[in-house]
Structure formats: structure tokens, C-alpha cells
Design a protein around this ligand. Structure first.
Ligand code: NAD
Length: 469
């Protein structure tokens, strides 16, 4: 139909019951030709992805503006620049990543060759969420291409402008035999997941992560799960409150809080809360003016469903700053909640919006106990001038990543793995970690046919003399 993005479905009657059988088998056939394994093919596809980002920067920014009024700078940084960095990093390092890794040998294998070969998994499925709809499918795609796989990409249906752009434009840059885009929501994804893939890379919420993992289990398909959760942020008493507030407001309000690594809630003493509140109010006014609704630098909530969900969270505790909403625009003001009980909704579910609850705790040990009483988060943050205190929190908590004195920035380093633990995810990627995630590390031992006398010692019959060796 004109104006409708391609769906990736084939005629379900011709292909059997599942509409994606044809697509998956055509990618499998392409994979079996070995074409994606060559360095030339990988380089050409990475370069093509880089060209897509350059040529289509404006349409990407327009799609982000249309889906959630994502401010231009935020869109450019998160959806274009960070992806471009990954592309360039992979291009610069690909030849060394692809090399066989020769390993230490034991006495018996001294004359042989032992190495790890980084092999592509085969046909990979990448499923993305709506909050950074380009970034979170293209950064995994960089790793999948670099590692030599064929890929089906399933962007989120919720960020519909981004989905349309990816489905209509991206395939024209890539080798169509090896890379395809499938559109649609849970129904289509469920059907897609009935097919056998060699690897699945999923980003989304933990509930859907369980569904994806169960589907992967039916084929024993390995997978990465990049999930969400509540990222705690402990603020120590002797901090520079205005700096802390600036960084917290930036981290919480970037993309209107729809960021998986955003600080989800603050833990601090009652005295610190008193000092932090005016600093947070000041930062919000500095960044977004007296009425953040008028600011061009503050995004909107992606959907009515998400808007209703976040608005309901404003009933937890007491609104100390902000709290204004506008359903028509899906606007929720930067908001700070105080006196929130741990059992209230704002402290039970991931906020994923511009709302920051503060929970008071008497000291750092109570904060650590609070963090450890909950699911393991994607990130634990701590703001403290005292590095001993930072290390105390680092050593006594567990999370996918850790950030001291600044939110989000840890995920911009390609030298750090990005991923969760427990409820926040399984596996990691970025930079070389992406290449390794999308590669099978094949253990290879190429033995010589010589030294048979020595080898014959292991053959039956097992004489007493052999046992004594
Ligand atoms: P989601 O889990 O609802 O959707 C993700 C993808 O799964 C979409 O493509 C969607 O079409 C598909 N899907 C949804 N329901 C499905 C079902 N029942 N069966 C099969 N497929 C289904 O997630 P979302 O709302 O798009 O994204 C928000 C969540 O993602 C938050 O929890 C956030 O923390 C998390 N997230 C994590 C990271 C990370 O890197 N760890 C990054 C961004 C977002």
C-alpha cells in the first residue's frame, strides 16, 4: 500500500503458517554463501551504515521530533553521533578484532596450532525499543555486521516515524540479501520469534525480555537482553548541591526521562534533601525557563499509554517541584517527588519519564541496604566528594554499570561494556564488546599427524605401565 512501510512478511500460504519463514530462510541462504564473512563485505556494509547516518541525518532528526519532540541536540547526540562513533570504531578496529587469537598450549600440543576463531553466529534478530529508536537498533547492528552476520532488524512500532524511516530507507543502503527490516508490534514479533535464529539481541522491558527468552529457549538460541529497571542515585551529605542538581536534572530530563540509564530515584538524608530541593528547582529553571512547556529543549512523552502511566506516578508521595501535565501534548513537567514510600507506585516501577522521587535514608549504609533489597539495576549512581564513600557503594552493591558524580556518561565510552545484570539484563555490547557478543568464539586445535608413538600412550589397552604415566 502506498505510504505504508514494508513489513518483511511474505505470503503466509506459500511459506507455510508463519509469515516470516520465507524471509528467514532467504537470509539463511545468504549467510551460507559465506559472503558476510569476508572483511570486504563487513567494511562495505559498515561504510554504508555510516553513509545512511550522514545522508539521512535530517530525516532522522525530523522523525525524532515527530515521535517525541526529541530536541535536536539530544537527537543528534544520541541517535546520530554515538552511532557514528560505533561505526568508525568498528571500521578502525575490524581487522584486529577478526584475527585468530593464538593461545597458550600444554606439553602434549606443543607442536600443534591452537587458536580462537571469531565466527559469526549466522542469522541474527535485533529487536529494539522506542526511546532511542535508531541508536538501540543501529549500535547492535554495527556489532552484528562487524562480526559477519546476516540480520533482521525489528524496530519498535511505537516510535512510528523512526520505524517508517528504518523500514523504507535503511535497506536501500545495505545488502538486501543479508539485511532486512521487519515492522510491527507484539503480534509480529511473536511470529518472528517462532523462527529459529542463531542469536537474538533484545532491548526492552524485563517483562517482554522474559517472553523473548522463553521463545529463544525453544530453539536453544543464545541471546543478549538489554532491559530496564530503577537506577538508584545516592547523594552524600557533603556534596556541591548545585553541581549535583545540574547533573541530576540533565540526566533525568534528557529525552524527557525516557532513558534506560537515567537516575530513577534519589536516596539521601533528610538534611541533604532540604539542600538539594532548591538546587534542583534552580537547575530546572536554568535549563528550561519558568515554564518548561515553552522550552524547545524538553521532549514529550512518546504515547498516551506512557503519559497516563507516568501521570499516575505523580500520586506517590508529595509533589515538591513541577507536577504540571498536559494530556493533549503528552507533556509532563520536570517533577520532583518527596515523602515517597518505598511501597508506592513511583518506587515500584521504572519511572521512564521526567519525574524524580527522593527517598530519605539516614546514612550510606541504609542506602546500600535499600539498593540491595531490590532488583539489581542497570546502573548504580553515587554523588560524593569522598572517594572512599564512592568505593564503599561500588563494592557493596551490584548493577550492570556504575557511575560516580555524573549520570549517563559511562555509556558513551566504547571501552566499557554496556549491559545489565539480573533483572536489568544479560550480556553486554558497545565497541569490541559488541563484536564479541555477535561472534561465536570457536575453539580450534589443529594437530599434526606426527608423534604417534607419544599419542599411542592414550590408546587402549590401558596397561599398568600407561596408568603410571
Ligand atoms: P518493550 O519491551 O515494550 O518493547 C521492545 C520491543 O519488543 C518492541 O520492538 C516491541 O514491538 C516488542 N514487544 C513488545 N511487547 C512484546 C510481546 N508481548 N511479545 C513480543 N514482542 C514484544 O519496551 P519499550 O517500551 O519499547 O522500551 C522501554 C523499556 O526498554 C524500558 O524498560 C527501558 O528501561 C528498556 N530499555 C533498556 C535499554 C538498555 O539498553 N538496557 C535501553 C532502552 C530501553
Amino acid at each position: 500500500t502506498p505510504g505504508k512501510a514494508p513489513t518483511g512478511k511474505t505470503d503466509s500460504k506459500a511459506a507455510g503458517m508463519n509469515p516470516y519463514v520465507g524471509l528467514v530462510s532467504s537470509l539463511r541462504a545468504a549467510w551460507l554463501t559465506g559472503k558476510t564473512r569476508t572483511a570486504e563485505h563487513r567494511v562495505s556494509q559498515l561504510e554504508a551504515l555510516g553513509r545512511f547516518l550522514d545522508d539521512k541525518k535530517q530525516p532522522i532528526l525530523d522523525a525524532m521530533a515527530s515521535d517525541m519532540r526529541k530536541p535536536r541536540l539530544e537527537a543528534e547526540l544520541s541517535e546520530v553521533m554515538l552511532v557514528k562513533n560505533e561505526v568508525n570504531y568498528a571500521l578502525n578496529n575490524l581487522s584486529s578484532w577478526m584475527k585468530d587469537e593464538f593461545v597458550v598450549k600444554n606439553l602434549v600440543t606443543q607442536l600443534d596450532t591452537a587458536f580462537i576463531r571469531k565466527e559469526p553466529h549466522g542469522v541474527v534478530l535485533i529487536i529494539g525499543p522506542w526511546n532511542y529508536p535508531l541508536h538501540l537498533i543501529l549500535v547492535p547492528l554495527v556489532g552484528a555486521i562487524a562480526a559477519g552476520n546476516c540480520v533482521i532488524i525489528k524496530p519498535s512500532e511505537i516510535s512510528s516515524s523512526a520505524e517508517k524511516l528504518v523500514a523504507e530507507v535503511l535497506p536501500s543502503y545495505l545488502d538486501k540479501d543479508c539485511f532486512a527490516v521487519v515492522t510491527g508490534g507484539p503480534v509480529e514479533t511473536t511470529q518472528l520469534l517462532e523462527n529459529k535464529f542463531d542469536y537474538i539481541f533484545f532491548t526492552g522491558n524485563p517483562q517482554v525480555g522474559k517472553i523473548v527468552m522463553a521463545a529463544a529457549a525453544t530453539h536453544l538460541t543464545p541471546l543478549t537482553l538489554e532491559l530496564g529497571g530503577k537506577n538508584p542515585c545516592y547523594v552524600a551529605d557533603e556534596s556541591d548541591m548545585q553541581n549535583v542538581a545540574n547533573r541530576l536534572v540533565w540526566g533525568r530530563c534528557f529525552n524527557a526521562g525516557q532513558t534506560c540509564v537515567a537516575p530513577d530515584y534519589v536516596l539521601c538524608s533528610a538534611e541533604t534533601q532540604e539542600k538539594l530541593l532548591p538546587a534542583l528547582r534552580h537547575a530546572i529553571t536554568q535549563f528550561f525557563g519558568p515554564d518548561p512547556r515553552e522550552s524547545p529543549d524538553f521532549a514529550r512523552i512518546i504515547s498516551d499509554k506512557q503519559f497516563q502511566r507516568i501521570r499516575a506516578l505523580l500520586g506517590s508521595g508529595r509533589v515538591a517541584i513541577g507536577g504540571q501535565t498536559d494530556e493533549k501534548e503528552r507533556y509532563i513537567a520536570p517533577t520532583v517527588l518527596v515523602d515517597v514510600q518505598p511501597s508506592e507506585p513511583a518506587m515500584q516501577e521504572e519511572i521512564f519519564g521526567p519525574v524524580l522521587p527522593i527517598v530519605t535514608v539516614p546514612n550510606v549504609d541504609e542506602a546500600i541496604a535499600f539498593i540491595n533489597s531490590r532488583e539489581r539495576p542497570l546502573v548504580v549512581y553515587v554523588f560524593a566528594a569522598d572517594s572512599k564513600l564512592v568505593h564503599r557503594v561500588l563494592e557493596r552493591t551490584s548493577s550492570g554499570g556504575f557511575g560516580a558524580n555524573d549520570p549517563i556518561m559511562q555509556m558513551t565510552l566504547l571501552s566499557l561494556p554496556f549491559g545489565g545484570i539480573g533483572n536489568s539484563g544479560l550480556g553486554s555490547y558497545h565497541g569490541k564488546f559488541s563484536f564479541d557478543t555477535f561472534s561465536h568464539h570457536r575453539a580450534c586445535l589443529l594437530r599434526s599427524m606426527g608423534l604417534e608413538t607419544m599419542n599411542s600412550l592414550r590408546y587402549p589397552p590401558y596397561s599398568e605401565r600407561k596408568m603410571g604415566l
